[in-house]
Structures are given as structure tokens and as C-alpha cells.
Design a protein. Structure first.
Length: 385
């Protein structure tokens, strides 16, 4: 069956052949939606169509979103899908030969009976997809996530899915990393300040360090940062399973691809910038992130974990709880102050009277009785009236 496909489409090479993006013709939105058969093109516009057929060869689909698309017979040959979201679409019975999928999120995509021949998958995720009866032949998998747990809300159906003569490079890489860590002792650098010309070292844990105007590129699982401060730092490239726990980011620029990285308990100020960035399954638990920055990060994330920083959540809850109590306290405090002033006034009167002679005290008593008698008579007259 596979040999027949290769013969049918005159495939003389095996595996994706690199394409030079600069010489490809970029299609505008009108041409993209009229697309039925094309080659040597660059597509960077969002796509949403229903078609009977689509044939695309030697082309790049980049930084776009394919959604609500139904193609009855889709054929892709030597195409590269780069940093693209494919959601709520159907490519059932589709044929993908010598294709390269990099930083792709498949969500609610029907790929039943699809054939993936000599394809390469790198840093991809498939959630809520239908992969029943699909056939992966001599395809490479590098950092791909397919949720197969039936009880998971993002479970993908994989009934009778065939993976034939394919290689899971991620498992090979994990073993290599484990062997590397077993053979090589990881060093720790603590309490250091690094300036712009510093190059990050591999197999290193940076603890309580400060990075000023540095450029950090492509870090893997062997390098971590704990409780560090990044000032005017540029992150560019690929970062895989890097921990930035408890770190602070001030006026930084993020670009590239972060896969399964840890930003738990980190703090971001509101002047950080995110350019051509994608976070895949990163952990932002208990991170202190301004709302406008949080919105940007969520928009550029796939299946990452978010949680409000505990102190922020508690502060909001405490503020809402204490506000009415504080208002009542202010009211009661004013009343108490007035009462206290009266008490002080009475005390002053008592002290004054105690220092008077007997005749002076008697005179005050007589005067008080006279005033009281006049008040009583006045009230009586008011009642009679």
C-alpha cells in the first residue's frame, strides 16, 4: 500500500527535503482561499475552508491557524508545517508524505485513516484528536504528546492506529540525557552577576545569580536557574525542560520556543516583551504575572499550567473581606473618640470640683438645683400647651 502511494505520486526521495523560504511565492488571503492545487508556495495567513480536494507540494505553512476546515481528500507532499495551530478540522483519509511538523498543536482534528509516510514530528501535541485507523510509516517522533488516557478530558482516540518502522527520538534522547547526567556531574554557580558578554554554560545550575543584558539561546534539560534575576535579557531559540523557578524577569524579551519549562513562583514585571514566542506545556504555577502580561502568555501558550500567585489571591480575598470591617471600624472609632472626649471633660469637672471649698461646692449644688427646677417647669408648661 505504501509503495503504491510512493509510486502514484512519483516520490523518488525519502524524508522531508529542506525548502528555501526566501524563494517561495507568498500567497495572499484571496489566493489561499481559492487554493486547490499548488507547489513552491509560502502560506502565513489563517485558513478556514471546506473543500473536496487540496493538493500542496514543496510548500511551507507557517505561523498560522487552520480551523474549521474540512478537506475530503487532502494531499501534502514535502510540506513543512511550522508554528501552526490546527483545530476543529478534518483531514480524514488525508495523505502526508515527506512532511515536517514543527511546533504544531493539533486539537479536535480528525485524522482517521490518514497516512503519514516518512514524516517528522518535532515538539507537537495532539489532543482530542481522532487517530483511529491512521497509519504512521517510517516517521520520526521527537517530543510529541498524544493523550491516550480515556479518563483525560483531552484524550485522543487511537483505535487500530498503526505505527510502522517509526522512531521515537524523544525516548532515545531521554536515555542519552540520563546517561549523560549519570556520567557527568552538574556544577553549581551561586551569587554571581553576569553581564552582556557572558555565555551560558551547559550542565550548570545557576543559583541566586543576576543576568544583566545577556543573550540566552537554546538551553536543554541539563541547565537550570533557581531564584535568579534577569534584567534586559533576551531569550531566543529553543528551551526544553529548563527550570526558571523563583526567578524574576525585568524588561526581558522572549522569542523562540519553550517546551515543558518551569516558571513556577516566578515574577514578571509589566515591561517584558513576547515576540514570535510559543509556550508548550509550561508550568506557570504560583507565578506573579501582571494581568496584561498574563493575557499575552496565555495567548501564546498551548496546554500550559496557570495559577494565580497565592499571595496575590490571598491579598485580593483579604482586601474584599476587610473592607467593610474597616469601614465599620472607622465609624466606631469616631464615636469612641467623641465619647472619650466627653469622659475626659467630666473627669476635668470632677477634678475641678474636688479642689473647691465647702461653700463653693454648696453654691454649685444650689445653682444646679435651680437650673434643674427651671427645666422641669419649662417641660411642664410645654406639656400643658
Amino acid at each position: 500500500m505504501i509503495e503504491e502511494l510512493l509510486e502514484q505520486y512519483n516520490i523518488t526521495y525519502l524524508g522531508y527535503q529542506n525548502l528555501d523560504e526566501s524563494i517561495l511565492k507568498k500567497l495572499d488571503r484571496t489566493k489561499i482561499h481559492r487554493l486547490t492545487k499548488e507547489s513552491n508556495c509560502l502560506i502565513m495567513e489563517n485558513y478556514s475552508e471546506e473543500k473536496d480536494s487540496l493538493f500542496l507540494k514543496d510548500s511551507i505553512l507557517k505561523s498560522m491557524k487552520i480551523s474549521n476546515t474540512r478537506i475530503k481528500q487532502a494531499i501534502f507532499i514535502n510540506c513543512k508545517f511550522d508554528d501552526t495551530v490546527i483545530a476543529e478540522s478534518s483531514f480524514a483519509n488525508g495523505i502526508f508524505i515527506n512532511c515536517y511538523f514543527k511546533y504544531i498543536m493539533f486539537d479536535k482534528v480528525n485524522l482517521e485513516h490518514a497516512k503519514m509516510v516518512y514524516c517528522h514530528f518535532e515538539s507537537c501535541s495532539m489532543t482530542r484528536c481522532k487517530l483511529n485507523y491512521s497509519h504512521f510509516f517510517k516517521s520520526d517522533f521527537e517530543k510529541i504528546e498524544i493523550e491516550k488516557d480515556h479518563n483525560h478530558p483531552k484524550f485522543s482516540e487511537t483505535k487500530d492506529m498503526i505505527i510502522e518502522n517509526s522512531v521515537d527520538k524523544e525516548n532515545i534522547e531521554k536515555k542519552e540525557v540520563e546517561n549523560m547526567k549519570a556520567d557527568k556531574k552538574t556544577n553549581i554557580i551561586e551569587n554571581k552577576i553576569f553581564e552582556s558578554d557572558y555565555q551560558i554554560e551547559s550542565d550548570m545550575i545557576y543559583n541566586h545569580c543576576t543576568f544583566n543584558e545577556t543573550n540566552i539561546e537554546k538551553i536543554n534539560v541539563s541547565t537550570d536557574f533557581q531564584d535568579c534575576v534577569f534584567n534586559n535579557t533576551t531569550f531566543n531559540g529553543e528551551f526544553y525542560k529548563v527550570a526558571f523557578s523563583l526567578s524574576k524577569f525585568n524588561d526581558c524579551i522572549f522569542s523562540g520556543y519553550f517546551s515543558k519549562c518551569f516558571f513556577d513562583n516566578c515574577k514578571f514585571n509589566d515591561t517584558n516583551k513576547f515576540e514570535k514566542i510559543h509556550f508548550l506545556q509550561c508550568d506557570f504555577s504560583r507565578a506573579d504575572i501582571p494581568n496584561q502580561i498574563m493575557d499575552v502568555i496565555k495567548e501564546k501558550s498551548s496546554y500550559s499550567i496557570f495559577d494565580v500567585a497565592p499571595h496575590k489571591k490571598e491579598d485580593n480575598e483579604f482586601e474584599n473581606m476587610i473592607k467593610p470591617i474597616f469601614e465599620k471600624f472607622q465609624k466606631y472609632k469616631m464615636e469612641i473618640d467623641e465619647l472619650q472626649n466627653k469622659i475626659i471633660e467630666k473627669k476635668d469637672i470632677i477634678d475641678y470640683i474636688s479642689k473647691l471649698s465647702s461653700d463653693e461646692k454648696l453654691q454649685i449644688v444650689v445653682s444646679s438645683l435651680a437650673v434643674s427646677s427651671n427645666n422641669t417647669n419649662t417641660n411642664s408648661n410645654d406639656n400643658e400647651i
